[in-house]
Ligand binder design. Structure first.
Ligand code: HEC
Ligand code: HEC
Length: 388
């Protein structure tokens, strides 16, 4: 398994985007949909197969959380498209989260992360996920100590980072490196093969859907480029998630998030709203605006929208066909589309063609055991060392 994974990684790292497309349509001066380029890698966290393998172990390791119950993979489940089928993500035991879990697939391609664009780097995101009280609730000092009592981690961190003992900052780097391998492979995505010139890889329905997407339905205005996202923030008037009214745990999460972000009480008290992009900018025009999601891998990542309110792509398309929902600052780009039932089906067929033929699943690894230190001897510097 290990070797197969390393081979996939190398293929991905080497795998440049498919040939320059001649078939790609666009309008209004926006970039066309296109296969993803090679994943961007920051200069201060270069990739290596050993780092990615360490990151894979850590991604699945619940010992990074406060009570050892919750790993990244508890919420980003490989078999559920690296997201979670619950409309609102599950939380640390005793909690519930307030937003739908975005997939980790292709997250490495986004310039800003999260539904409101509140974070930039995968390294920082990993740390904040495992330390936030409602997600991982892991206290840094204790979690780092745990890693140091896993002999296999001591060896792996030394190999990859050259340190004597595992350091938590390096754990986030390794996890980020692993996430940079969780990207769509253009050779396995029907639309990307089509873009590379293989016209047979899209069904007639999907080709009609593509014409609607770039034409009558106007989706391309916001969903463009390789991610099918403008990486901007828009208010669509997505319907309210009923759990905001029926679940005390969700209401706690909403209030806590608002308090954390120092939101004016008048804006959420009683309403229990997720204010979206507003938290970053404090501009009232940004209330209820959320980041345009990528449309890649949707076959595997239901439910949809920042609050998981739509279970199927049909429901999403019906929503856009109605011209979106109600919001005082709703995007002027939304309007009733007058799609026929057949056109809606074509649009869904096209959306599905942006997903890989088979889901990208990475097996959960067997985690290395934590063992007591033996023969602890104080070193010259006063630090304790394990003598083997
Ligand atoms: C308790 C559930 C939970 C756990 C545990 C969790 N996440 Fe998440 N993750 C979420 C939710 C919910 C969001 C979206 C939050 C938001 O937008 O405010 C998210 C967002 C993300 C994103 C941003 C994706 C994007 O498109 O912007 C990445 C990347 C990510 N998580 C990776 C991780 C990693 C790595 C870990 C472990 C270190 C982790 N998550 C642990 C629930 C979880
Ligand atoms: C005004 C810009 C805009 C236009 C036009 C637009 N979208 Fe979106 N789309 C968004 C934003 C923003 C979201 C997330 C909204 C939220 O969660 O509040 C979204 C969400 C989605 C989702 C859910 C994805 C997920 O992972 O949750 C799908 C599917 C989608 N759009 C498809 C389409 C289709 C099909 C069209 C054309 C009929 C379209 N969009 C037109 C901006 C737009």
């Amino acid at each position: 398994m290990k070797r197969r994974f390393a081979a996939t990684l190398l293929a991905l790292l080497a795998g440049a985007a498919l040939a320059a497309p001649a078939l790609l349509a666009s309008r209004g001066g926006v970039p066309p949909l296109a296969p993803l380029p090679p994943v961007p890698v920051p200069a201060d966290n270069p990739m290596s197969a050993a780092k990615v393998e360490l990151g894979r172990l850590l991604f699945f390791d619940p010992r990074l959380s406060g009570n050892g119950s919750t790993s990244c993979a508890s919420c980003h489940v490989a078999q559920m498209g690296w997201t979670h089928h619950d409309p609102l993500a599950p939380g640390y035991p005793g909690h519930r989260l307030w937003r739908n879990n975005p997939t980790v697939l292709n997250a490495a391609h986004f310039r800003r992360l999260m539904w409101d664009g509140s974070l930039e780097r995968l390294e920082v995101q990993a740390r904040s996920a495992m330390q936030a009280p409602v997600e991982g609730n892991g206290k840094a000092g204790i979690v780092e100590m745990r890693l140091r009592l896993v002999p296999e981690y001591v060896d792996r961190f030394r190999d990859v980072f050259g340190t004597e003992w595992p350091q938590l900052e390096h754990a986030w780097q390794a996890i980020a490196a692993f996430e940079r391998t969780l990207v769509s492979d253009p050779r396995r995505v029907p639309f990307d093969r089509f873009a590379g010139g293989d016209t047979k890889s899209l069904s007639a329905a999907a080709q009609r859907g593509y014409a609607l997407f770039t034409g009558k339905a106007g989706c391309i205005a916001c969903h463009h480029g390789a991610l099918a996202s403008d990486e901007q923030y828009h208010a669509l008037g997505v319907p309210r998630q009923s759990l905001f009214d029926s679940s005390a745990l969700v209401q706690i999460a909403v209030r806590w998030q608002n308090a954390q972000r120092d939101a004016p009480r008048a804006l959420y008290r009683g309403g229990e709203e997720d204010l979206g992009r507003y938290y970053r900018t404090r501009d009232p025009a940004d209330i209820g605006r959320f980041r345009t999601p990528s449309l890649r891998e949707l076959r595997y990542t239901a439910p949809y929208m920042h609050n998981g309110v739509f279970a199927t792509l049909q429901q999403v398309v019906d929503f856009f066909d109605r011209g979106g929902g109600d919001a005082p600052n709703k995007s002027p780009l939304l309007r009733p589309l007058g799609l026929t039932d057949g056109e809606k089906r074509d649009l869904v067929a096209f959306l599905e063609s942006l997903s890989m033929d088979e889901p990208l699943v990475v097996e959960a690894p067997e985690l290395p055991p934590m063992l007591p230190l033996v023969d602890i001897a104080p070193s010259a510097s006063g630090a304790t060392e394990r003598v083997r």
